[in-house]
Design a protein around this ligand. Sequence first.
Ligand code: GLU
Length: 324
Amino acid sequence: MIRGRFAPTPSGRLHVGNARTALLAWLQIRHAGGQIALRMEDIDKPRSRPELAEQIVRDMRWLGLDWDEGPDIGGPCGPYEQSERGSSYEAALARLVADGHVYPCYCSRAELAAVASAPHGLASEGPAYPGTCRKLTAGERAQRAAVKTPSLRFAMPDRTYSFDDLAAGRQQFAAGTGGDFIVRRADGIVAYQLAVVVDDAAMGITDVLRGWDLLDSTPRQLALYEALGLPAPRFAHVPLLCGPDGSRLAKRHDSLSLEALRGAGIAPERIVGWLAHVSGLLDRPEPIAASELIAGFELGRVSREPVIASDDLLKLLRTASTSS
Ligand code: GLU
């Protein structure tokens, strides 16, 4: 059985960019006759807000998307909120510790910033960690442990990672890309990289469709699947929808949130039609229900270029909504 998921982080409103990724993930799985789980990625409690989680559920349903399991309807692989899944993450961490895959890191933000001019690393998070604490002796670790709570870092194996991305094509990451990464912060919060791997495996997810911004994370996640002896899903990374200024959509683009568009009187079918059109799935941006796109969906037709949600397109969306 094909299984996919929606994995929103409830620290902001759902905007047309997230909606597009969710729509494509939904179409991929529904086209294949599979099941979808909704998982709230609220592991970073201080940044997550329950009312936003509820809003995301409402917005996705309004758009015409549905799921077979989730925090609102339950299911066999729950809980579906990361904040409730701590014991699974601790078990995975214990295994990584026992097998020698992680080490304590005592570096401060300032020390990490000192290597910030290194010409490599993940675009999204700056330079690769230089491995300082990996080389500490047992004595040095004990000394530092007396004065500081460490974060835990995963020791990235020194090898190339490659995989066939169903949307972006063959991907290859050279050994050492991104460096060793944090799996548990010093404040005890388990990092996204580990939580997402543990959850996708526990929920039997076979297909992950998400934005290009997470492509860099995939070799890390593949390394974690391997270290934990878990099967990795297939991946499809789709281009992002960008704001009028060319930057990736974020909270500051509030006028592009589904809530704002709904408030402006725009029908969900109009948004779906526009998203399908800019994604290469519809010739014209005509209104259409998400369910009507299932039969003809082909991942191969999804454009590989980032899409700019320009003012013109937004105007089109608005005008069309009032004339329909
Ligand atoms: N929670 C992540 C986000 O909202 C998505 C994680 C994933 O799809 O792997 O960006």
